[in-house]
Design a protein around this ligand. Structure first.
Ligand code: SF4
Length: 377
């Protein structure tokens, strides 16, 4: 089973914190959609031995495409790949694109999961982040979307400068009042070369505060677990039966095709990434070329990747898998490196799996890097 990710590289405006690939000019939208369809078609042999279980429109802002454009791309996948009978088809959407008419239209299409970029229900947070929607739009779109879609996820951002714990708790409560089955939540991160990084360096706004983010992460975790959500990945909480199939496949090391500019692909031992430029992407595809760079992963790279993703999830890192896939020396190394974190109650071993404790969860990426092996070749 595998997934197809389709990157839609357009946004109405640039959020201050964002370093994804997108353009705010829609001039090339038509050519881009055509190029996506061609890429889907020319790469079909890469998935000739597998069945597509999920299709994920990510971005950028995929809800900028019309329903006809989205359906066209789904049809191209369906006619070139073997697809399971009921694939999970997710659309990332922003509240300002989700009018009542649009939601109804989408609910009558093949799309069966919405991932809505709410980020906050407070105007002050949305302004600081330069989101294109208002708090009123966020609430209005959720009250309609939940009537037409059962499988909805929203994104929320914590650790925003000036957002008190009380405000964050209100955000969580408002989200819960819509009764959706999945929430993804991320700390506001300052990426280089973003507007946010520039405002902070010029002293226009203060820096993000790790302690604030850490505390707000635990407030979210405690509240959502109390409400029956499973914290199945560092940034993801879902009710049983509503975990993202697309992302779970990714965290479990399954293969995926990334279609579109800047999209990443993985086939088990190679990782590829498409050029991060819409014009170059379109030109190459029109000439029948795949504008992709490929890296072959060493055994050590694969081990490191497994440790990083495994520690972020409730499934943890299987010592049996490390032994069978990488060998006993890797397993022994892992146990030896993990010992210091076990003594600090940040990791624990249970049922032949290493997992992070509640105390270690927010720190899992840093802990994982201490368990990595270094490529010597
Ligand atoms: S809408 Fe999403 S992809 Fe577009 S700028 Fe904002 S965060 Fe980035």
């Amino acid at each position: 089973m595998s997934g197809i990710y389709i990157h839609i590289p357009f946004c109405k405006q640039a959020c201050h914190y964002c370093d994804f690939h997108f353009s705010t000019s829609l001039k090339k939208k038509y050519d881009l959609v055509k190029a996506l369809a061609i890429e889907i078609e020319i790469r079909k042999d890469e998935f000739k031995d597998t069945v597509v279980e999920t299709i994920y429109f990510g971005g950028g802002t995929p809800s900028i495409l019309t329903n006809d454009e989205l359906q066209f791309l789904i049809d191209v996948v369906q006619s070139n790949y073997e697809v399971v009978k009921h694939p999970e088809i997710t659309l990332e959407a922003n509240p300002d694109d989700l009018s009542k008419e649009r939601i109804i239209e989408l609910s009558n299409s093949s799309i069966n999961r919405l991932s809505i970029g709410i980020q906050s229900f407070f105007e002050s947070d949305l302004k600081l982040m330069n989101r294109a929607h208002s708090a009123t739009e966020a609430k209005a779109c959720l009250s309609i979307a939940t009537q037409y879609f059962d499988n909805i996820s929203i994104d929320l951002i914590y650790g925003v400068q000036g957002a008190s714990h009380e405000q964050w708790m209100k955000n969580i409560d408002i989200a819960l009042s819509y009764n959706m089955p999945h929430i993804s939540s991320y700390a506001l991160t300052v990426e280089p070369k973003t507007a946010l990084a520039s405002f902070i360096s010029k002293g226009i706004i203060g820096d993000v505060d790790d302690d604030q983010a850490h505390e707000q992460f635990h407030m979210l975790k405690d509240k959502l677990e109390e409400q029956g959500f499973v914290h199945y990945e560092l940034s993801n909480f879902g009710k049983e039966g509503y975990f993202s199939k697309n992302n779970t496949a990714y965290w479990q090391g399954k293969s995926y095709l990334g279609i579109g500019p800047s999209a990443h692909s993985f086939n088990g031992n190679q990782r590829g990434w498409n050029v991060r430029n819409n014009s170059k992407y379109i030109r190459a595809i029109e000439q029948g070329e795949l504008p992709m760079e490929i890296e072959t992963l060493t055994k050590t790279d694969q081990y490191n990747e497994y440790i990083m993703t495994g520690l972020r999830t409730i499934w943890g890192v299987s010592l049996l898998k490390v032994n069978s896939d990488f060998g006993e020396s890797y397993k022994n190394y892992l146990i030896q490196q993990a010992e210091v974190f076990i003594n600090q109650h940040l990791l624990y071993i249970d049922d032949e799996h290493i997992r992070v404790t509640k105390k270690g969860q927010f720190l899992s990426d840093g802990i994982a890097s201490e368990l990595f092996k270094i490529n010597l070749s």
